[in-house]
Design a protein around this ligand. Structure first.
Ligand code: SF4
Ligand code: SF4
Length: 111
């Protein structure tokens, strides 16, 4: 399933876009399907059925505007996944029937 973009958090990567001509989520999407609406300057997935669920856009977004969604075929009903990134690493939280489980990774996102 394509990620969900919170329009209240997406700022269209104004500074990055002005300098590089492309937003962070556009730059990292392997399918080239994350785009920014030129009218609203908000990002969205223009081809939901072609999304690979790779979550590259989730990790690249500096404002936390992009949230992953799990396909029903790979998750129990009601299971959610969350992402928090920072300069010292990131944390994925998977919340299912047994409650939340955290996975912390000391990675540099490069941004
Ligand atoms: S999850 Fe991956 S394939 Fe899907 S929109 Fe984001 S970057 Fe593109
Ligand atoms: S990376 Fe985040 S803030 Fe930048 S355009 Fe994409 S969703 Fe919006």
């Amino acid at each position: 399933m394509p990620p969900r973009v919170d329009d209240n958090l997406c700022d269209g990567c104004r500074e990055v876009r002005a300098a590089a001509g492309v937003t962070r989520c556009e730059a990292v999407c392997p399918g080239g399907i994350m785009v920014v609406d030129p009218q609203t300057l908000k990002a969205f997935c223009r081809e939901p059925l072609d999304c690979w669920d790779c979550c590259a856009c989730v990790k690249a977004c500096p404002t936390g505007a992009v949230a992953p969604r799990l396909a029903y075929a790979v998750a129990l009903y009601g299971t959610r996944v969350g992402y928090e990134g920072g300069p010292d690493g990131c944390r994925w939280t998977v919340t299912g029937e047994a409650g939340p489980e955290n996975f912390e990774l000391p990675v540099d996102t490069g941004w």
